[in-house]
Design a protein around this ligand. Structure first.
Ligand code: TXA
Ligand code: MG
Length: 329
């Protein structure tokens, strides 16, 4: 069934758009990512019109767009604290959070699933429309499988005759769809990457999974070095003098220490336990992991000589710092 589709400037037509939404009609609205094809998220008949207009498969769930966090309680339940921390930083913004769905949200929105995507667009027209009507279930305002629209004209090309009103808010500022982050899994998981990156999310939540890879944030200085660590206490030493004095302290405490260092220091190390790394930076690099493997089997405390040059010395120090958890004496 076709109808006349009007394009109106968003700054004059919000009230008209809100009235259409309240009557169970569709409205296209601008967001910072791409244009959305919205319907009252609590009205299953209105939501059904979205799928029809787009030719969208029924098994693909829709995002619910909100204008204020006050609206969240009618949309989602069992909301984790992490959501509110993320919301403080990224909402409004190009982030969609997947949460456990409220019973008030019809199955048509979530494709029968028990989770719901929620996002607060960073666009004043979108938020004003929502505030004056309802939270809006909305996919991108393109025909299914076509490119997402970033101008009102793009929308018109795809959906003329399918929707009564397109609110023109100019060009979308971000231009790709929101980051979709699942907060119902043990580790927050990026289902669709977007302008809010894993690194940005890590500032707020401790770990994020992306493409099957878990990225963790440093909880305290040095925590980011804990990969590749031996199973016994390990430090690095800024100088051989410092290595020797750390050794003697540990020895006095009965900690069974060892120094891992280049052969040039054999004299200074004297009768203390030493695992030699050879002479050059290349020797050091080739031998370091083997030395750590050996040391953790035989000793209770590992002290590694640091190198302070560039190039290869710097690269191998990256691994030594990780082994030592950032602890340097
Ligand atoms: O930036 C955006 O997110 C735009 C604007 C309009 O907000 N919307 C958008 O909607 O891109 P859509 O429907 O084109 O894409 C939504 C994506 C789909 O891949 C969908 O499967 C996923 O989000 N999605 C929605 N609800 C979900 C849920 N409960 N669980 C997992 N994925 C969900
Ligand atoms: Mg889409």
């Amino acid at each position: 069934m076709t109808m006349t589709t009007q394009i109106k400037s968003a700054n004059i037509a919000i009230d008209e758009a809100a009235a259409l939404i309240k009557r169970g009609e569709l409205v296209v609205f601008p967001t910072e990512t791409v244009y959305g094809l919205g319907a009252n998220a609590f009205d299953k008949e209105a939501v059904a019109k979205i799928f029809e207009a787009k030719g969208r498969p029924q098994d693909n769930p829709l995002i619910v767009h909100i204008s204020s966090l006050d609206e969240i309680e009618n949309i989602a339940v069992d909301i984790p604290d992490g959501f509110y921390r993320l919301a403080e930083k990224f909402m409004p913004g190009p982030l969609t959070a997947i949460l456990k769905k409220s019973r008030k949200i019809p199955d048509a929105v979530t494709a029968g699933g028990d989770t719901v995507g929620v996002r607060m667009p960073d666009n004043e027209y979108a938020r004003e429309l929502i505030a004056k009507s309802y939270p809006l279930a909305a996919p991108s305002a393109n025909r299914s499988k076509h490119i997402s629209p970033t101008t009102a004209a793009h929308v018109y090309e795809d959906l003329a005759g399918e929707v009564p009103l397109i609110l023109d808010g100019g060009e979308c500022s971000v231009g790709i769809e929101s980051t979709v982050l699942d907060l119902t899994s043990d580790i927050p998981t990026i289902l669709r990457p977007g302008a809010i990156t894993a690194e940005m999310l890590l500032d707020i939540v401790g770990e994020v999974s992306e493409n099957g890879r878990v990225i963790k944030v440093a909880k305290a200085p040095g925590m980011k070095y804990t990969h590749y660590a031996p199973i016994v206490d390990t430090v690095s030493a800024k100088s051989i003098e410092s290595a020797v004095s750390e050794y003697d302290k540990a020895e006095a405490q009965g900690r069974n220490p060892v120094i891992i260092a280049r052969d040039i220091y054999r004299d200074k190390i004297s009768s203390r336990e030493l695992i030699s790394l050879g002479i050059t930076a290349e020797d050091y690099t080739r031998n370091i992991y083997g030395a750590l493997h050996d040391a953790e089997k035989k000793y209770g405390y590992i002290i590694i000589e640091e190198l302070h040059g560039g190039g290869l010395e710097q690269s191998v120090m990256n691994r030594v710092k990780k082994a030592a958890g950032g602890k340097s004496v």
